[in-house]
Design a protein around this ligand. Structure first.
Ligand SMILES: [Zn+2]
Length: 463
């Protein structure tokens, strides 16, 4: 081979390489940024993005700062009095000055913690992993109580059941163990006990599956706890509890009435149709912190969706879209879709100007493809999405579902806004627990979902 032909070949390779390099580095930048967003939102400094130590506000400030970095437009949310009524001003993105939309919620929190244990004071079950508190529990000072069982030995003995049903247990801890109990009538007895029909001081329930947590907007009159007891450990724990005959517990709750939280909303103005909006949404809130140091990281739910939202914001800030694209990071989703509900009731521009909304929640995996909630309702858009995926071979499957009130798309579609909710399938099992951590997220198909969303938006813009 002559020197010239080697040079030509080298040039050819360099040319090929230079075509792909920007693409490769652009991909890796997106993914690197996604990891950074997830690590930040799921870090201890965000306190689980709930209502202890202002976790929600710290997270909202972070999202707003990122919007600011991408120089996204803001909406003005100032209210004006018009014929005695207060209405939000609907103004175009360019003139606007506010990323936050504030609203209030009431929520029960545990800033100082809680504990439950056997016998002596220091033998507490590890909080979050082995023991979990009912989020509606009230405060109670350290109390040691005798125990009373509601288990198969009671339920399957007519004599014991009839005594139990007539009893009150004001000074006792009632332990519900449903292992081996079946039948509708028996389940009714268990359910009544769970609601404390027998007036116990505290309710404890054995659970043989991973414990999860939630948010309560009210406070019960009695504290209750779940204890993780695998079937293999059930008999041993029964024996240990019976040996002491007592358990002890304490709870310090703080009920926040009308706590101020927020949605974070920004826009990239469309070059041709600025009054026509495509919306991407993702909730940034999660379940928060209990006591000192125990928090729910919410990496998959929903730091992953926020990472996608911010990646899209970054992309469209550099590649101006034809229609306006709005990025909505909702608060208080975990408290019952409160942020998105508030937005639908107080929109920045008429809802009918939204061409389509894509809600992103749980995007950390993708090994088994994605599911599209509302895919069975908006069939034209769903078919377009599937076709784009087949052309580009991004994901192994796209499943379709009907309507479901399971994330922030819900109140939009209930109010006539066409919308999808997309979540990834496969991979991890952590959900609403202390195990939903950044290091467990493979982000297997994150870039493919990103590309698919860009292609789908191109389709929506031209529709
Ligand atoms: Zn979620």
């Amino acid at each position: 081979m002559s020197l010239i032909s080697v040079r030509t070949l080298l040039r050819f390779y360099l040319l090929i390489l230079s075509c792909f390099l920007p693409l490769l580095s652009c991909f890796s930048q997106d993914l690197e940024y996604a990891h950074k967003v997830i690590d930040t939102l799921a870090s201890p400094a965000m306190h689980g993005r709930g209502y202890v130590n202002d976790g929600d506000q710290i997270a909202a400030n972070y999202v707003a700062k990122e919007f600011e970095n991408f120089k996204l437009s803001k909406f003005q949310t100032k209210n004006v009095s018009l014929l005695g009524e207060t209405l939000p001003v609907l103004v175009k993105p360019d003139t606007l000055n506010q990323y936050f939309q504030n609203f209030n919620l009431s929520v029960n929190t545990f800033p100082s913690g809680w504990g439950i244990g056997l016998g002596a004071k220091d033998e507490l079950f590890p909080a979050g992993s082995i023991a979990q508190i009912n989020p509606a529990s009230p405060s109670i000072t350290l109390t040691k109580c005798k125990i009373i069982w509601l288990d198969s030995s009671v339920v399957y003995s007519q004599k014991k059941t009839s005594v139990f049903l007539k009893s009150r247990f004001e000074d006792k801890i009632l332990i519900i163990d449903s292992k081996g109990i079946t039948g509708i009538e028996n389940q009714k007895v268990l359910n009544e006990a769970r609601h404390n029909a027998y007036g116990a001081k505290c309710i404890v329930e054995f659970k043989n599956k991973k414990l999860t947590w939630d948010i309560a907007q009210q406070v019960n009159t009695f504290p209750s706890f779940d204890i993780l007891v695998p079937d293999s450990a059930n008999a041993t724990l029964h024996k240990r509890i019976n040996a002491t005959g007592t358990m002890h517990f304490y709870v310090e709750n703080k009920f926040l009435k009308e706590y101020k939280t927020q949605n974070v909303i920004a826009c990239v103005k469309g070059t041709q149709y600025p009054d026509s909006f495509i919306v991407f949404s993702a909730h940034y809130d999660h379940l928060g912190q209990m006591g000192k140091g125990i928090y729910m990281p919410g990496a998959n739910d929903n730091a992953s969706g926020c990472a996608m939202l911010l990646n899209l914001a970054s992309y469209y800030s550099k590649n101006p879209p034809v229609c306006s694209i709005v990025f909505m990071a909702f608060g208080a989703e975990e408290a019952g879709l409160l942020g998105s509900k508030f937005y639908v009731e107080h929109p920045f521009f008429p809802l009918k100007q939204i061409k389509f909304l894509i809600n992103l929640d749980l995007l950390g995996t993708g090994d088994e493809g994605i599911t599209v909630v509302n895919g069975a309702i908006y069939k034209t858009e769903f078919e377009a999405l599937v076709k784009l995926n087949e052309q580009k071979k991004y994901l192994t499957q796209i499943k379709s579902r009907g309507k479901a009130a399971n994330s922030d798309h819900y109140f939009f579609s209930e109010n006539g806004v066409k919308s999808f909710f997309i979540y990834t399938l496969g991979g991890i099992k952590a959900y609403h627990d202390i195990y939903d951590r950044p290091e467990t997220l493979p982000l297997t198909k994150f870039e493919d979902v990103f590309r698919l969303l860009i292609d789908f938006t191109d389709f929506l813009e031209l529709k």
